[in-house]
Design a protein around this ligand. Sequence first.
Ligand code: HEM
Length: 442
Amino acid sequence: MSGTGAPAAGSHGVNTAAGHPPAAPDIARSITDPRAYAELNTLLGNFAWLRANDPVALIETPTFDPFWAVTRHADIMQVGRDKALFHNGDRQTILADRAGAARVREMTGGTHLVRTLVHMDDPDHIKYRQLTQSWFMPGQLRKLEPQIRALARRTVDEMAARGGACDFAVDVAALYPLRVIMLILGLPPEDEPRMLKLTQELFGNQDADLTRGTAGLSDATVAAEQLIAVFMDFSAYFGRVTADRRARPRDDVSTVIANSIIDGAPISEFEAMSYYTIIAAAGHDTTSSSTAGAVWALCDFPAEFARVKANPALIPGLVEEAIRWTTPVKHFMRSATADTELRGRRIAKDDWLMLCYLSGNRDEEVFDDPATFRIDRDPRHLGFGYGPHLCLGQHMAKLEMRILFEELLPRLKSVEFDGQPTLTASNFVSGPKRLPIRFAMA
Ligand code: HEM
């Protein structure tokens, strides 16, 4: 399909009748290719070009249904906030190619493998979100602060014990958010390795280093098969958790989920499993990536390291800027429920739109010198999304990162790169994969 008005085979058509030419093939490739997110510079250049020249760009590739890439901060907010006009659940919520989407349809008869908050629209979305929302508000989280601080101290002690060199992404950042998730879900620490593997496979699903072996299959089928295998593992694990919390309720999020009542009936096994999955998965790699992103930036911008060390009141700013600068969640998709217009482009009912959070967070109209890491910015970033699907765990993510840096920075006398850091190859959730550092600690 190339702007001729002919719909892509077996797909929803984008309204090319509006006559808007598609973005250049190299740009379309870079936005969709997981590897471009590991290299980043070319991708960031392409996003900058799109913001300036084609901010709602038609993306056509041989493997994906066509979609609109929304790259400006203001437009992402406009789409994000309009929950009636732009739905999460009608089409794939995360960019999936045609073969992967077909495999999911074959497996489930529907569009999604699981049904979590990000796959829902009102009236269900608000009902399911309210089940756990109060758990994730600052007042409730404050009660957990002593336990989270104990986990942060343990994590910093373990880093200190590594004797001045480590891979911060793998040895430190990957474990701490997982421990916090295990705490709020009330899961035993001995299950940490299993949960670590499952959540990384779920989100690092496009990076060959983090996936299960599946020789002889196409890329899309491999991705779908892996997701299915991971969800089955999640399902088996959390099925036992549900039974346990129904029999023996405790003060944890798992108990809230397991005993939820929706429209007068107990939550279904499938939806309970979906709920645990999103909390376990959404709260882990995202926070690890932002935490490792902060340390990457402190190595890259030593003046900011000196500033925040001298003034711990700047730690919340460090946390916000790390989330903007890293933007671990690169995109979410929406689809239009009616014909509409966005920045002069005619969007047709059912058209698919990519909210390019990484691009919005580098928008020059909102952030001066956006490539520079500055811990005193106004935190108007889109790292947690915007609108009714705004991250449920944002207060928790910020709290746990703040506590970690409150424990780490007073002890960290120096920190620098000790080799080439690398990023995970994923167009969905990605961040530092390897972050070798040398450091001195008190
Ligand atoms: C720095 C860390 C985090 C980042 C960058 C992040 C990012 C995001 C983004 C961008 C969305 C919006 C989805 C959309 O546009 O449809 C989202 C939603 C969500 N996040 Fe987070 N997240 C983080 C941490 C967490 C944590 C710690 C949890 C829970 C423990 C969590 C749970 C969720 C849930 C449940 C949703 C779905 C909300 C809904 O659809 O109503 N996240 N997150």
